[in-house]
Design a protein around this ligand. Structure first.
Ligand code: 13P
Length: 247
C-alpha cells in the first residue's frame, strides 16, 4: 500500500513569525493517518525542524545542489539540508526549471545527490499550457520522468509530483479526467509500483476531496494553501478521509 502524502511547499514565503502556522498545524493534527510534510524556505528549515520535533510532521527543503560541497555561492547541499533537520527535498519544481533554467538532467543529478545524503526527493514535472494545447502533455511528462530520475530512485527515496505549470498559483485545475489520464500514464511508467505520485496545482480545501478520490493520486503538493494551518489542515483531513482514516 502506498502511504498517502500531503506535502506543503511554502516557496519564497515565510519569516520566523510564520512558524506559528507550523506549530498550529502540528497541534491540530497530532496523529495524522497520512504522511505530512512541510517545505519552508531554506532559512526556516532548522527552526521549523525544532518546532516539529516530537511530532509526526516532517520538514523538507525546496532545492539542493548536485555536488556534495564546493565553491557554489548561495547554494545548499543535500547534506546541509539533512544537517538542518530536513528529511525530504523538492527537486525540479517548474519554478526552478523556469527561473533557473534547470534541465531534467540536472534534476536527476540533484536527485542522486539527495539520495546519497539520505533524503527523500519529491521530483516535480508537468506540462506548460502551450504543450497541453498542442496535445503534447503525455509525451512531455513521460520524457521529463525518464530524464529526471537517476538509477538510484526507489519507492522509498522518491516521490513524483505531477504539477501542470498552468495550474500552479492560478486557481485553475485540470479536469478530474485530465488528472486521471496523466496519473494513469505516469504510473504505468514508474520504475516501482509502490512509488508515490502526487498531484499539485491550485489544490485547495474546496477541491481536495474530489482530487484525492482519483485512482493513482497518492496525495498532493500544495503551494498557497499550505501557508495557513487551517487550509492545509482541511486538505490533510480530506486526504485522511480518502484514505479511509479519520480526521
Ligand atoms: P499552488 O498550490 O499555489 O498552485 O502551488 C502548487 C505548487 O507549485 C506546489 O509545489
Amino acid at each position: 500500500m502506498r502511504r498517502r502524502l500531503a506535502a506543503g511547499n511554502w516557496k519564497m514565503h515565510g519569516l520566523a513569525t510564520d512558524l506559528t502556522e507550523a506549530d498550529a498545524l502540528a497541534r491540530a493534527h497530532p496523529a495524522p493517518t497520512v504522511e505530512v510534510l512541510l517545505c519552508p524556505p531554506a532559512t526556516l528549515i532548522s527552526r521549523m525542524a525544532d518546532v516539529l520535533a516530537r511530532t509526526p510532521l516532517s520538514v523538507g527543503g525546496q532545492d539542493c545542489h548536485a555536488a556534495a560541497s564546493g565553491a557554489h555561492t548561495g547554494d545548499t547541499s543535500a547534506a546541509m539540508l539533512v544537517d538542518a533537520g530536513a528529511t525530504h527535498v523538492i527537486l525540479g519544481h517548474s519554478e526552478r526549471r523556469a527561473d533557473h533554467g534547470e534541465t531534467s538532467a540536472q534534476v536527476a543529478a540533484k536527485t542522486a545527490a539527495a539520495h546519497d545524503a539520505g533524503l527523500v526527493a519529491v521530483v516535480c514535472l508537468g506540462e506548460t499550457e502551450v504543450e497541453r494545447d498542442a496535445g503534447q502533455t503525455l509525451a512531455v511528462v513521460s520524457e521529463q520522468l525518464r530524464q529526471s530520475l537517476p538509477g538510484s530512485a526507489t519507492a522509498g527515496n522518491t516521490v513524483i509530483a505531477y504539477e501542470p505549470v498552468w495550474a500552479i498559483g492560478t486557481g485553475r485545475t485540470p479536469t478530474l479526467e485530465q488528472i486521471a489520464e496523466v496519473h494513469d500514464h505516469l504510473r504505468s511508467l514508474l520504475p516501482d509500483h509502490e512509488m508515490r505520485l502526487l498531484y499539485g496545482g491550485s489544490v485547495k480545501p474546496a477541491n481536495a476531496a474530489e482530487i484525492f478520490a482519483i485512482t493513482n493520486v497518492d496525495g498532493a503538493l500544495v503551494g498557497g494553501a499550505s501557508l495557513k494551518a487551517a487550509d492545509f489542515g482541511e486538505i490533510i483531513a480530506a486526504l485522511e478521509a480518502a484514505d479511509g482514516g479519520t480526521s
